[in-house]
Design a protein around this ligand. Structure first.
Ligand SMILES: Cc1cc2nc3c(=O)[nH]c(=O)nc-3n(C[C@H](O)[C@H](O)[C@H](O)COP(=O)(O)OP(=O)(O)OC[C@H]3O[C@@H](n4cnc5c(N)ncnc54)[C@H](O)[C@@H]3O)c2cc1C
Length: 456
């Protein structure tokens, strides 16, 4: 990047928030996917005004700008594939307001999801979206990816909780839409445009989120199966009967053992499938739903049902669920997490299909799923240096997506498209619709400077 342009940018953020040393640039060159690309510059802004000034310069000189939260994306979304500026949002990390009587909170984009949860827990309210990465991913990143998580089965995903936003456009214009009201139909619903836009349409600088009262009671159980198909059939049965648990997570034997090897939590190593099920609501509702769920698991040959008796036991089970990815990532140098999603009734067929595909290609794959909403996460253990293995991985991924499409599924339930899934988009989105998306992108970012090469 030209020294003159660097000087103009330095004048905006000052020395302490300007990084152009190689060791710094390398730190911003990757996420949790497999692609790396080094930016020319990293800037750490602290306000929408600074970002507006930066984007005006970037537009003038046609410099790519990639917003970045914690870099925990698993689809390459924050990797600066065309170089240019990485805009790290981590210094805009203040919770600006929590207002429980009016049921909202206002946050800067760099706030860590888990920090917001901890703050809200003191108020008796909560913010449901709980990605497995909640301990480190940012609300800005969650919004840009429209992140989900286990609780989203009952409570919905990030976009269901966004009430208002401040966004800086590529032109440098700062726009605000929505409000602090849980009901508001004034103007176009622009949240839908920016939630899931992967930093390609604007930089999110402030978010107003809906919060809801914590449920009075919850119960958490682990159902153990000697046959993975039985656990998958239980999922379809529970959802088909009209019960909506707060979470319904499935994991297979590969993952049970990976988690045990890494964490020694005490999961039953011999089991072929586990369901981690949580119900919440009033005492009475929880009691009733749990009884029905236990009946369904028994009808589908569960060999054991263990209930978490204390908050510590419950935390341990959730710790096991959240450690799937790091546990699998210890086995080989790389771990690719796929995200194909199908209607809940198709979960049993999808799991059988994934198993047959990965067996055919002789791959080591752990199957997990936010099973209640059909969101499959096969975790593919691999080594990028092994070209033969990577060819088989590619084939398996394409076959998994083709299978999901045959069940009226979708490419991504929550992880987004990034770089990883762009080439598969035509499987899911037809030509005129993709063209419309490109028209929208061009209208808000005519020079294509915002996170080029991603999402569409
Ligand atoms: C162990 C692990 C578990 C995970 N579990 C889940 C899960 O359960 N559910 C789930 O949905 N995802 C999950 N993920 C994926 C990832 O954590 C999410 O996509 C998360 O939302 C990314 O947030 P981040 O702050 O890391 O953003 P980044 O990875 O830094 O960025 C993600 C995208 O958001 C854009 N972006 C970031 N901030 C802004 C901003 N302020 N304005 C505009 N664009 C912005 C970036 O340009 C990029 O396109 C998991 C990842 C890991 C590593």
């Amino acid at each position: 990047m030209d020294g003159k342009i660097k000087k103009e940018l330095l004048a905006i953020v000052g020395d302490g928030r300007f990084r152009d040393q190689q060791e710094d640039l390398l730190s911003y060159s990757y996420d949790a996917f497999t692609v790396e690309s080094v930016p020319d510059l990293v800037l750490l802004p602290v306000s929408a005004t600074e970002i507006s000034e930066i984007l005006k310069i970037a537009s003038k000189y046609r410099i790519p700008v990639t917003p970045r939260g914690a870099g925990s994306s698993i689809c390459g979304a924050p990797v600066p594939v065309k170089g240019g500026i990485v805009l790290s949002m981590t210094m805009m990390n203040r919770i600006l307001e929590t207002n429980t009587p009016d049921r909202y909170c206002i946050v800067q984009p760099g706030v860590i999801n888990g920090d917001l949860q901890t703050e809200l827990a003191k108020t008796g309210f909560f913010y449901p979206p709980d990605p497995g990465s909640m301990g480190f991913s940012t609300i800005g990143g969650n919004v840009a990816q429209n992140a989900g998580g286990p609780r989203c089965l009952k409570y919905g995903v990030t976009s269901d909780y966004v009430l208002g936003m401040e966004v800086v456009l590529a032109s440098g214009d700062i726009i605000r839409f929505g409000s602090r009201n849980v009901k508001d139909v004034t103007g176009y619903r622009l949240f839908g445009l920016f939630c899931g836009s992967e930093g390609t349409l604007g930089v999110v600088t402030e978010i107003t989120l809906k919060v809801i009262p914590q449920p009075a009671a919850y119960r958490t159980v682990l159902a153990v199966f000697n046959d993975l198909d039985d656990s998958a059939a239980t999922v379809a049965d529970i959802i088909g009967s009209g019960i909506l648990p707060a979470a319904l997570e499935l994991l297979d034997k590969v993952l049970i053992n990976a988690v045990e090897d890494a964490n020694n939590i005490g999961l039953p190593r011999a089991a072929e499938g586990l369901l981690l099920i949580e119900v919440d609501g009033s005492e009475e509702q929880v009691e009733k739903e749990l009884a029905l769920i236990i009946e369904k698991t028994e009808n589908n040959n569960a060999v054991d049902i263990q209930e978490a008796r204390t908050p510590e036991e419950r935390d341990k089970l959730w710790q096991a669920r959240r450690s799937l990815y790091p546990s699998m990532a210890r086995i080989k140098p790389n771990c690719i997490v796929e995200d194909a999603t199908v209607p809940a009734s198709k979960v049993p067929a999808m799991i059988r299909g994934i198993r047959s595909i990965v067996n055919k290609h002789e791959l080591l794959v752990g199957i997990s799923a936010h099973a209640g909403d059909g969101n499959m996460h096969p975790l593919i253990s691999c080594d990028m240096r092994d070209l033969d293995e990577m060819e088989r991985v590619e084939k398996a991924i394409e076959e998994i997506f083709t299978l999901a499409m045959s069940y009226n599924g979708t490419l991504s339930g929550e992880h987004g498209i990034g770089i990883a899934k762009r080439k598969y988009l035509p499987m899911s989105i037809d030509e005129p619709t993709l063209k419309f998306m490109h028209t929208l992108k061009h209208a808000v970012d005519p020079y294509g400077i915002l996170n080029p090469g991603k999402a569409i």
